[in-house]
Ligand binder design. Structure first.
Ligand code: NAD
Length: 286
C-alpha cells in the first residue's frame, strides 16, 4: 500500500487546536480544509485564524501579501465528505474516544485505504482507536501542542498496527511544517502530558487546600522560570479538555491516585467556566 506525501490537509474539529493546526499548515503552504459540526464554530475559527496571521504580520514574520495567500488557502465546511479531497486528515475534536471513533467510522466510509488518518488526542490509546478501524495500518497519533502554530514540538505516536510508511509521511510532514517531531510510545498521555499531570494536579490541590490563590501559584511558578503558571495554562488549553485528559490518563493507569482528577477542576467544567474559550475560567477574560 502506497502512502503519498500530503498535497492538502483536512482538519476535523475547529476548536482551540484545529485553529492552530490549520494556521501552521497554511503557513507551510498547504491548502487546508477545516471541518466542524456547526457553522458558528467555523465562523469563530476563521476569525481566530485571521487574528493569528495578523499577529504574524505585526511581528514581521509574514508580509501582507503572504497573509492574504495563506488565508485564501483555507476553506471551511460542515460537510465531512469535503475532507476526502485531502489524503491526510488530522482529527482534533473533543477528547472522547466514542466521539472520535464515530467520526473515523464515518470518514472510513468515504475515503480510500491510502488516505492517512491522524489523531491529535492528548491521551487516548492509539491502539484502542485502531481497534475500531477498518484500516488501522493508516492511523497514528500526531500530537501538536498549544498554540499549534507556535509550539515546535509534535509527538508522533505509533500504534500497534501503524504502517512504518505512515510514520515516515508524518515525520516528513512535521519537517515541512517546521516542527520538531519525536516518536513516542503508545502509553496513556504519551510523554509530555504524563509529565504535565503533576504540574496541573498539584497546583489544583494547593489551591483546594487554601494554601495559595491561583494568582500567587502562577506568579511563583513563573518566577521559577516557567513561561506560564498552571492556572493560566489550563485556561489556555481549555479546562474541559484538560480535565478530560486527566480523567483519561487516570482511568488508563487503573485509577492510580497520583493521577486522580481534582474536584475543583470538575466544578469549573460543570459550571462551563472552561477558560479563555468561554470567557472565564480560573481568570476572567471578558
Ligand atoms: P475544543 O473543545 O476547543 O474543540 C473541539 C472541537 O471539536 C469543537 O469545535 C467541537 O465543535 C468539535 N467537535 C466535537 N465533536 C465533533 C465531531 N463529531 N465532528 C467534528 N467536530 C466535532 O478542543 P481542543 O482543545 O481543540 O482539543 C481537540 C483535541 O486536541 C483533543 O483530543 C485534545 O485532547 C487535543 N489537544 C488539545 C490541546 C489543548 O491545549 N487544548 C493540546 C494538544 C492536544
Amino acid at each position: 500500500m502506497g502512502y503519498r506525501f500530503p498535497e492538502r490537509i483536512a482538519i476535523c474539529g475547529a476548536g482551540v487546536m484545529g485553529r492552530g493546526i490549520a494556521t501552521a499548515c497554511t503557513l507551510a503552504g498547504f491548502p487546508v480544509i477545516v471541518y466542524d459540526i456547526e457553522q458558528a464554530i467555523l465562523t469563530a475559527a476563521k476569525q481566530e485564524i485571521e487574528k493569528n496571521l495578523h499577529g504574524a504580520v505585526k511581528r514581521g514574520k509574514l508580509s501582507q501579501n503572504e497573509m492574504d495567500k495563506a488565508l485564501a488557502r483555507i476553506t471551511y465546511t460542515t460537510d465531512l465528505r469535503n475532507c476526502t479531497h485531502s489524503n491526510f486528515i488530522v482529527e482534533a475534536i473533543i477528547e472522547d474516544r466514542t466521539a472520535k471513533l464515530e467520526l473515523f467510522t464515518q470518514l472510513e466510509s468515504f475515503i480510500s485505504p491510502h488516505h492517512i488518518l491522524a489523531t491529535n488526542t492528548s491521551s487516548i490509546s492509539i491502539g484502542s482507536l485502531q481497534a475500531g478501524l477498518q484500516h488501522p495500518e493508516r492511523f497514528l497519533g500526531l500530537h501538536f501542542f498549544n498554540p499549534a502554530h507556535i509550539m515546535k514540538l509534535v509527538e508522533i505516536v505509533r500504534g500497534p498496527f501503524t504502517n512504518e510508511m505512515v510514520v515516515e509521511v508524518a515525520q516528513n510532514l512535521c519537517d515541512k511544517l517546521g516542527k520538531r517531531s519525536v516518536l513516542v510510545k503508545d502509553v496513556p498521555g504519551f510523554i509530555v502530558n504524563r509529565v504535565a499531570r503533576n504540574f496541573y494536579n498539584e497546583a489544583l490541590r494547593i489551591a483546594e487546600e487554601n494554601i495559595a490563590s491561583y494568582e500567587v501559584i502562577d506568579q511563583l511558578v513563573k518566577s521559577a522560570g516557567f513561561r506560564m503558571g498552571p492556572f493560566e495554562l489550563m485556561d489556555l488549553i481549555g479546562i474541559d479538555t484538560n480535565f478530560a485528559v486527566t480523567q483519561s490518563i487516570w482511568e488508563q493507569y487503573f485509577y492510580e491516585l497520583r493521577f486522580a482528577p481534582s474536584l475543583l477542576q470538575k466544578q469549573y467544567v460543570e459550571a462551563k467556566k472552561h477558560g479563555r474559550k468561554t470567557g472565564e475560567g480560573f481568570y476572567n477574560y471578558r
